[in-house]
Design a protein around this ligand. Structure first.
Ligand SMILES: NC(=O)c1ccc[n+]([C@@H]2O[C@H](COP(=O)([O-])OP(=O)(O)OC[C@H]3O[C@@H](n4cnc5c(N)ncnc54)[C@H](O)[C@@H]3O)[C@@H](O)[C@H]2O)c1
Length: 371
């Protein structure tokens, strides 16, 4: 602990750290402080420290190495914001050093690695949480309570889609877009993961997975200023259509794509015996936006229409990604039970791995969920 509350260390000081996590620390002032930052590129660590100072927060120390950051006694918990291929090794290093860990997604490259780290955290009595923070947002906490209370009747079907052209086409992206089209990431681990956390967070674990997918647009011109002329080879399926079977005749369908120029489809729709919930793409990251609700009415004069359903206001952070570190701090402070446990992320990873196996084999793949 520091005078500013729980000491946080940033590992990886790139695009998401600078743009989203740093401003997300401002509302936590007094409860948590960034005491140290580390990046393999020291200039990036320096820039993040400047950014935190510009936000009126204390300027953190710049650790010269990962080991130095993890040896800092004021660092209680770390935010692992490195690129996906480094998540597992950094998570394990953090846990072995006795630090609580919040990891960006995916939790690891393989389900076995994810469980090695989860078991390590359990052995050491450490908190190990993982993005995306969908289920910790105000909107999804409320939605889960409403569904559990029978709002939709028995949930039967979920349909989601998250697609765009990927980071090569995000003109304001500041990181290296190539990694996202490689075999260690792809759209399911980068975008589909949000929908999968939402659906499995609300419906529970999936038992069977089947998928189609492939590389539909194999080369991408990079549109990011400063990287003009670069071309990225697409090495992993850039469009995946994933089907999930939850048992008891409950199903889901997810489109996850880096080959979708634009769409007006909702991000997520949940259907139940009594109605439908629809969440637009436009409000996906706004965690206080209403959802649209359609309630069935079988009475003779049946009044059925879309109505915006609003959750009670909350002082919680209103941006989906920033809800992750906020929840991490609340868990470390003993104020909340973990919602974003790494075991949930491991199940979502299992689904994505199974989708890849199904694409290869043409067969449905069972998950390891018992029952
Ligand atoms: N950028 C976004 O909007 C966004 C949104 C949600 C989630 N994420 C996730 O956040 C993570 C980081 O993404 P990003 O867009 O910030 O990438 P980025 O490439 O901009 O930043 C990653 C940073 O990590 C550093 N790094 C690489 N290996 C390291 C290591 N071993 N130790 C310490 N630092 C290391 C790099 O130098 C770089 O500064 C990814 O998992 C990504 O999926 C990003």
């Amino acid at each position: 602990m520091t005078d500013g509350g729980i000491g946080i260390g940033f590992i990886g000081c790139g695009d998401v750290a600078l743009r989203t996590y740093a401003p997300g620390m401002a509302p936590l002032a007094g409860r948590a402080t960034t005491v140290a930052v580390y990046d393999a590129d020291p200039a990036r660590a320096d820039r993040l420290a400047d950014r935190l100072a510009e936000l009126g927060l204390p300027r953190p120390r710049i650790a010269p190495s990962l080991e130095a950051l993890l040896a800092d006694p004021q660092v209680v918990g770390v935010l692992n914001l490195t690129p996906a291929p480094f998540h597992h090794e950094v998570n394990v290093a953090g846990l072995e050093a006795g630090k609580h860990v919040f990891s960006e997604k995916p939790v690891a490259g393989t389900v076995a690695d994810a469980w090695t780290a989860i078991d390590l955290a359990r052995e050491r009595g450490l908190t190990f949480l993982c993005a995306p923070a969908v289920m910790a947002t105000n909107r999804f906490r409320w939605l889960k309570a409403q569904l559990d209370a029978g709002w939709l009747g028995r949930p039967t079907l979920a349909v989601g889609q998250y697609g765009n052209m990927g980071p090569a086409a995000w003109r304001d992206y500041k990181g290296d877009p190539a990694v996202f089209y490689g075999t260690s990431v792809g759209p399911a681990l980068d975008l589909g993961v949000y929908i999968l956390h939402a659906i499995t967070g609300l419906f529970g674990p999936a038992r069977r997975v089947s998928a189609f997918g492939g590389i539909t647009i194999p080369k991408r011109n990079v549109l990011i200023p400063g990287r003009e002329g670069q071309v990225v080879d697409v090495l992993a399926p850039d469009s995946l259509l994933i089907h999930l079977d939850f048992g008891e005749n409950r199903f889901a369908q997810i489109l996850s794509s880096f080959a979708t120029p634009r769409s007006k489809a909702p991000m997520l729709e949940l259907h139940g015996e009594l109605g439908t919930v629809s969440i637009s793409q436009e409000t996906w990251y706004d965690t206080d936006a209403p959802v649209d609700l359609w309630r069935r009415d079988e009475s003779p004069a049946g009044q059925e229409q879309w109505t915006p359903a609003v959750q009670p206001p909350s002082p919680r952070i209103g941006q989906l990604i920033q809800a992750g570190p906020e929840h991490f701090v609340a868990v470390l402070a003993g104020e909340e039970a973990p919602i974003l446990g790494a075991a949930h992320a491991a199940h979502v990873l299992e689904i994505i791995v199974a989708a890849g196996q199904s694409i290869e084999s043409g067969c449905a793949v069972e998950t390891n969920v018992v029952g």
